[in-house]
Design a protein around this ligand. Structure first.
Ligand code: 5AD
Ligand code: SF4
Length: 442
């Protein structure tokens, strides 16, 4: 049995692809090992969204080839960097044996079979098979209690800074009937929470599907949400949402169905209309805020997270102040903040990267303060309240504590034993730190 070590960088889509790669390999008689040193095959599933993420690949290959144990291992590169660079990767980095694009992951076993260590000959950047199997075996899921369910792949938005439409191709929605079938099966297996995932989940447009006909809703995505809610699975989360296609009917669905979790991730990227336009986001500050107002008006206290980029080409201090203003208005419950990173091949790459590194850092730190403040306030608001928490695993600090997420996607640590793992428990919140809540089981 050949041992395979699989390392994943980047977003939930990559994690989900890796789960499938592990499932396929295991069915083909390989053993997936968590120990890099004993592996005969090392797979790196890569991310290219920012330069730093891409560089991780080169660093890792260097480390693998330097290590005595791994010298003779076969190294395969998967994911976004593989798709974008293709065989040029062989010249950029010594020690890669094969390259498998984002749509070719179903052919992983063939790639291994056709490669020989040190021969750099195998590249597959081809399309997904018609009969591609989206199945993930129970013990290859990243969690026994949570399952990622892709509902739409790719992206058609072509925001000017973003490499994803090039690395993941055009938007393609998966049939609602197979999504529902999968979720019913997961529920039977004891999965407590599903995450409907995609670059832009609310752009979901499946081929006509009778499974959605019984559900009201203005858009296919809100009908899908209702149909998934009707499966009775305990919790449903979804990410990422795209502001332009975010119909407020999604909020109505959350208000209606208790098992649709009260959390929305809605990346805004900037608070300046001028920058949003050059980013080609397709939304303005005003129509973003209208959606935020609808989300905030929900009686379910929906928590709100976002992504923001600072230092995009042409961003002046005044533009940045607009972003600060937006962040203050939105009081995000959490946020991911990035410095603009030029990606070759994107339209923004041709724009002068005219915000200096120092200025990017200064803006990052200033905005981070505002975001930390609202995040801390949001956590403090939970003090003395009771939250329903899915006990997902042991806390990294102590075996006496379990950790998990609330319905509104806040991290909660609480004192409890192993027997609670996989259960949804009521936790009384007693303390909050920068990113985490602490509490006691009620
Ligand atoms: N530079 C910096 N951040 C980026 N993102 C995407 N592309 C870039 C880039 N070139 C961020 C966006 C997106 C998140 C996943 O990554 O904020 O929402
Ligand atoms: Fe990238 Fe924009 Fe597509 Fe998101 S919507 S993946 S930021 S191009």
């Amino acid at each position: 049995m050949k041992k395979v070590y699989l390392e994943t960088f980047g977003c939930q889509m990559n994690v989900s692809d890796s789960e499938r790669v592990a499932t396929i390999l295991e069915a083909d008689g390989f053993e997936i090992t968590p120990f890099e040193d004993s592996a005969e095959i090392i797979l790196l599933n890569t991310c290219s969204v920012r330069e730093k993420a891409e560089h991780k690949l080169y660093t890792r290959i260097g480390q693998i080839r330097k290590s005595k144990q791994n010298k003779s291992a076969m190294v395969g590169v998967l994911g976004c960097v593989a798709q974008l660079e293709g065989e040029t990767l062989f010249n950029k980095s010594e020690g890669i044996d094969f390259i498998l694009g984002t749509k070719a992951v179903g052919r992983i076993a063939r790639a291994i079979e056709n490669s020989k260590v040190g021969q750099k000959q195998f590249v597959d950047l081809g399309e997904r098979e018609e009969n591609y199997d989206w199945f993930v075996s129970e013990h290859q899921r990243h969690s026994p209690f949570i399952s990622f369910v892709p509902i739409i792949e790719g992206c058609n938005k072509f925001c000017t800074y973003c490499i994803v439409p090039f690395s993941r191709g055009r938007e393609k929605s998966l049939p609602a009937s197979s999504i529902i079938k999968e979720i019913l099966k997961l529920r039977q297996e004891g999965v407590k929470e599903v995450h409907l995932i995609g670059q832009n989940v609310n752009s979901y447009r499946p081929p006509t599907d009778s499974r959605l006909e019984d559900f009201k809703g203005a858009t296919p995505f809100s009908r899908l949400l209702r149909a998934v809610a009707a499966t009775g699975i305990e919790r449903i989360k979804f990410a990422t949402s795209f502001p332009r296609d975010f119909h407020t009917d999604i909020v109505d669905a959350i208000n209606e169905f208790e098992n649709l979790c009260n959390w929305v991730h809605l990346p805004v990227q900037s608070g300046s209309d001028k920058i949003l336009k050059t980013m080609r986001r397709g939304h303005t500050v005003d129509n973003y805020l209208k959606r935020i107002d609808k989300i905030r008006s929900s009686p379910r206290q929906i928590s709100l997270s976002t992504d923001i980029i600072v230092g995009f080409p042409g961003e002046t201090d005044a533009d940045f102040r607009e972003t600060l203003k937006l962040a203050e208005y939105c009081r995000f419950d959490s946020a991911y903040l990035f410095k603009y990173s030029p990606r070759p091949g994107t339209p923004a790459f041709a724009m002068p990267d005219d915000v200096s590194a120092e200025e990017k850092t200064a803006r990052f730190l200033e905005l981070e303060k505002v975001l930390r403040h609202s995040q801390f306030n949001s956590l403090q608001n939970e003090l003395n309240k009771s939250l329903e928490v899915l006990a997902e695993g042991f806390s990294s600090k102590s075996k006496e504590f379990l950790t998990g997420h609330s319905k509104c996607h806040k991290i909660v640590n609480f004192e409890a034993g192993e027997s609670f793992l996989g259960q949804i428990v009521n936790v009384q919140i007693t303390e909050c730190k920068t990113n985490t809540l602490f509490g006691k089981i009620m």
